[in-house]
Design a protein around this ligand. Structure first.
Ligand SMILES: NC(=O)c1ccc[n+]([C@@H]2O[C@H](COP(=O)([O-])OP(=O)(O)OC[C@H]3O[C@@H](n4cnc5c(N)ncnc54)[C@H](OP(=O)(O)O)[C@@H]3O)[C@@H](O)[C@H]2O)c1
Length: 325
């Protein structure tokens, strides 16, 4: 199917555009709008968002989205807004601020500025009764936007794989240094979807106003358990280790320790609670096919992607060893 165009739109605001999905989206939006569009990406750390600066027509602006005046200024005059802001770890108040209050305030800012078109990226299995703060707050954020009456399309991806992802690449990196792979929630189910398919889905949703009012599930062609995904990540990166499925109590202990370790949190107890529900398409909502996208398989992308990151990790280890020798 021919990619749809964005003929009538050329001024976009992409909240969270500096992140994993946002970067892929900006690249695609630049290409699809034929170099004529203007894409603004607000960031709390604009000086560190250098990778977007090579894209013509993308401007990265330092901004605090939690400030109503700044948000109103950012939204004014846009043809459409995409919201990708999210956190994976945090307190109840932090989830509420990023996933619920921001979408609610975004809706108000859009209504006040006369901006009608919004594409909001949520998450598969978001539900008011879900076991985790992440999924409950995602559901509340969706509800806040739905109530606004905007021309809203919601996309709900399963876990997203692609260059630089924080999922398969993390399991590949861990297996490069660990003799066995201790794994909580080993039987949790996912339906991984390719980054480029998600970015394309956002572009097509923007271009297709008939999706307004719809919630679309973005999932790949196959369901995997977490243990299967970890083994594939190990195999494709050249470091397959035995997977040691942890019983719930040990998984809980592991996540608790990881929450307290310094540096970036890799796993939290809230993540474990998210994995209690299957992260797979419900079958009750339209999927990528609604946007004319034939979902790419993990097998088509994963081996090349992880072989390349495994090679890079090996080179980095040799370089570090050479420097310390
Ligand atoms: N990645 C996945 O596997 C996956 C799966 C399902 C759903 N999703 C959803 O897809 C969307 C995009 O995810 P992603 O993986 O691209 O996320 P990401 O890489 O973490 O990017 C999110 C961006 O949001 C901004 N942000 C984070 N916390 C913020 C806060 N408290 N206030 C203001 N801005 C904040 C950050 O921008 P600055 O630091 O530049 O300010 C960041 O670059 C999210 O809604 C996510 O829930 C992702």
């Amino acid at each position: 199917m021919e990619p749809r165009t964005l003929d009538s739109m050329n001024n976009f605001l992409v909240l969270g555009g500096s992140g994993f999905v946002g970067s892929a989206l900006c690249e695609r939006l630049v290409r699809r709008s034929g170099g004529g569009g203007r894409i603004s990406v607000p960031s709390r750390r604009s000086a560190r968002v250098k990778h977007l600066l090579t894209l013509p027509t993308v401007e990265v602006v330092q901004a605090d989205l939690h400030d109503d005046v700044q948000l109103a200024r950012l939204v004014a005059g846009r043809d459409a807004v995409v919201n990708l802001v999210a956190i994976l770890h945090g307190s109840e108040a932090e989830f509420e601020r990023a996933h619920v209050a921001l979408p609610r305030r975004l809706a108000q800012a859009c209504l006040a500025a006369g901006v009608r078109r919004v594409v909001h990226v949520s998450a598969l299995a978001a539900d008011a009764q879900a076991p985790s703060m992440y999924l409950r707050s995602k559901a509340a954020g969706e509800a806040a936007l739905r109530q606004s009456g905007l021309e809203l399309t919601i996309l709900r991806p399963s876990v997203i794989f692609g260059a630089g992802d924080a999922f398969l690449n993390l399991f590949a990196r861990l297996q490069a240094v660990l003799p066995v792979m201790p794994l909580a929630c080993a039987s949790a189910r996912f339906q991984p979807v390719w980054l480029d398919d998600v970015a394309e889905a956002i572009v097509r949703a923007l271009a297709d106003s008939t999706t307004a009012g719809e919630t679309l599930e973005c999932a790949g062609p196959r369901v995997y358990t977490l243990a299967e995904l970890v083994r594939l990540a190990g195999r494709w990166s050249g470091h397959e280790r035995p997977v040691l499925a942890l019983p719930p109590a040990l998984g809980h202990l592991q996540a608790t320790i990881m929450e307290w370790l310094p540096g970036e949190t890799l796993m939290s107890r809230d993540n474990l609670r998210s994995m209690q529900v299957a992260n797979i398409a419900s079958g009750r909502a339209p999927g990528l096919a609604r946007l004319g996208i034939d979902a790419t398989t993990l097998e088509a992308i994963g081996p090349g992607m992880l072989a390349a990151s495994g090679e890079l990790a090996r080179l980095n280890r040799w370089r570090a060893a050479a420097h310390s020798g």
